[in-house]
Design a protein around this ligand. Structure first.
Ligand SMILES: Cc1cc2nc3c(=O)[nH]c(=O)nc-3n(C[C@H](O)[C@H](O)[C@H](O)COP(=O)(O)O)c2cc1C
Length: 193
């Protein structure tokens, strides 16, 4: 069956490492028959700069952030996908703020009550694509661990594509065939997940 994959990129650099990697992963997945949607979280129209902690989603019967903007539509669509993939540069040892803006509002896909919770992510697994100027210890491992934690929290699978020592100049990344192959292979893996 055709797998549906949502890749959310979180870098302002439209032709940077994150965009390159996400594009190659998408190509690799499409080569194996997956249907891939790419969303650029850095250039969506937001009505709020993150979760406002209003808890409106908890009072609502719907699994949807009650702040209606482009991000709420994308977050509400996540349960339709077999895999949601966060593509991010490492910023100060973690995910970029642009990805965190989306992640925090994923609270709306959960209903928390009496120390228990349910969610509507029945079929969705999670993955991360991250690049860093430094080595694995410069934030890549922690970035991978955040997505591992998210997936584990709801009993789902996770996968990581972590690229250390990524060239600061993406023009150099664009011609790095080793990184390209890794990313395309990762996309192929996601298509079979
Ligand atoms: C604000 C900022 C913070 C960064 N923090 C880190 C860091 O903590 N560790 C690291 O190895 N690289 C860090 N970098 C480098 C980026 O993670 C790296 O160059 C990445 O590949 C850029 O992706 P992009 O081209 O999609 O923006 C940082 C870059 C910026 C702009």
């Amino acid at each position: 069956m055709e797998r549906r994959i949502l890749i959310i990129t979180g870098s302002h650099r439209k032709t940077g490492n994150t965009a390159l990697l996400a594009g190659w992963v998408a190509d690799g997945a499409r080569d194996y028959g997956a249907q891939v949607d790419l969303v650029d979280a850095a250039h969506l129209k937001y009505k709020s700069n993150g979760c406002t902690s209003c808890y409106g989603c908890q009072d609502s019967a719907e699994y949807r952030c009650i702040i209606k903007d482009e991000a709420s539509d994308i977050i509400a669509s996540m349960p339709e996908y077999d895999a949601v993939v966060f593509a991010t540069p490492v910023y100060f040892f973690s995910l970029s703020a642009q990805i965190k803006l989306i992640m925090d509002r994923m609270y709306s896909l959960f209903k928390f009550k009496n120390n228990k919770f349910k969610n509507n992510l029945d079929k969705t697994n999670f993955a991360v694509i991250a690049s860093a100027a430094g080595d694995m210890g410069s934030g890549l491992e922690m970035t991978g661990a955040i997505i591992q934690k998210l997936a584990g929290f709801i009993g789902k699978k996770h996968k990581s594509l972590l690229i250390p020592n990524a060239p600061m100049d993406p023009v150099r990344t664009a011609t790095d065939l080793e990184i390209k192959e890794k990313a395309m292979d990762f996309g192929a893996e996601l298509s079979q997940w």
